[in-house]
Design a protein around this ligand. Structure first.
Ligand SMILES: [Zn+2]
Length: 340
């Protein structure tokens, strides 16, 4: 069984005309997936909005107070992040959907879950919204799982084409959340170099895979199979959360990568296999970016097919460039993960 967490409230967030992170993204997913999954073992659930306490595990009280003061207004929060009258309701719902996605898999109500949310989350820092993101949905869910359910190890994998700076900063000095990210680099937001490996007690528990543009399905699959999966298995998580952005899709107008729907299916299958080995298959995907409606709909659909038990596509060969980079990154992360 798969639960899909969705509520129309999140369509109400309006960042303004010609913004790539537009309401149509979620409407397209809803309209395409409902008929496509009509006969499937999928339950559509309306999430509960996150409580202020849950959001405050990641974000500062001062930020939440400031946002409340401008609730219902149109306010520019960052160069490319704008709040509209309904945005705060959408943001609390998106964070709640991420928590509920984690909740249904941790409780065993669903085998896996997909939270279809916006605004996205992974750029949002503790005290400031950033890069289309208001609240850091996946970080809020990870922090909730540790604090409320006593999970000891939560793995967050971020395959959005951008680095999840906010998520990294939320957990970089901790071991109870391991953050692993593949992203284009150098690229927005500028963080995510391979040597950023965590701080203090969290050293080694941040795993960055910075990639050049135009990486292929084979390149991504190799990075996940040869670096992310072995580290994840060694970490032995109680729950796998995915910051599932689809802007590395080859149709995406922003990302500049060459990943197909099948490519995302392969990555999803790799993480599902890790989850099956470590924690009874508990995996929840939380939507981040993805700005081609076709790329987004087809890739989310392909991932849901995998979560439902479809056979993963055969992994295409990596490019020479990808193989060489995977070797370099493996060497670099071996310092903290001898399994590599
Ligand atoms: Zn992105």
């Amino acid at each position: 069984m798969i639960d899909l967490l969705y509520d129309d409230v999140m369509i109400g967030h309006d960042p303004g005309p010609d913004h790539p992170e537009r309401p149509e993204r979620l409407a397209a997913l809803r309209d395409a997936l409902r008929p496509r999954l009509a006969a499937a073992a999928v339950t559509w659930r309306r999430p509960e909005a996150a409580s202020r306490d849950a959001v405050e595990r990641v974000h500062s009280a001062r930020l939440l107070d400031t946002l409340e003061e401008v609730r219902g207004q149109r306010v520019r929060l960052d160069a490319d992040t704008t709040m509209s009258p309904s945005s705060l309701d959408a943001a609390y719902m998106a964070a709640g959907a991420a928590i509920d996605a984690a909740r249904v898999v941790v409780s065993g109500e669903a085998q896996s879950a997909v939270a279809l949310v916006r605004p996205p989350g992974h750029h949002a820092e503790a005290s400031r919204p950033m890069g289309f993101c208001l609240f850091n949905n996946v970080a809020i869910a990870a922090a909730y799982a540790v604090a409320e359910w006593g999970l000891e190890r939560v793995l967050v994998v971020d395959w959005d084409v951008h680095h999840g700076n906010g998520t990294q900063h939320s957990f970089e000095d901790r071991r109870d959340v391991l953050f692993a990210s593949s992203h284009r680099y150098p690229f927005y937001p500028g963080t995510g170099a391979a040597h950023e490996q965590g701080r203090g007690a969290g050293i080694g528990y941040t795993v960055n895979l910075p990639l050049p543009e135009a990486m292929t399905d084979g390149d991504y699959a190799l990075m996940f199979e040869s670096i992310v999966a072995p580290i994840a298995q060694a970490y032995d998580p109680d729950l796998v959360l995915v910051s599932a952005g689809y802007d590395a899709h080859r149709l995406d107008p922003i990302g500049g990568m060459d990943v197909s729907d099948e490519g995302f299916a392969t990555l999803c299958a790799t993480l599902q296999a890790v989850a099956r080995e470590c924690c009874g298959g508990k995996v929840a995907l939380v939507l981040e970016g993805g700005y081609s409606l076709e790329g987004l709909v087809e890739s989310v659909g392909a991932c849901i097919d995998i979560l439902q038990g479809a056979t993963p596509p055969e992994r295409p060969q990596a490019t020479h460039r990808g193989e060489s980079l995977a070797g370099t990154l493996r060497d670099l992360h071996r310092r903290h993960w001898s399994i590599l």
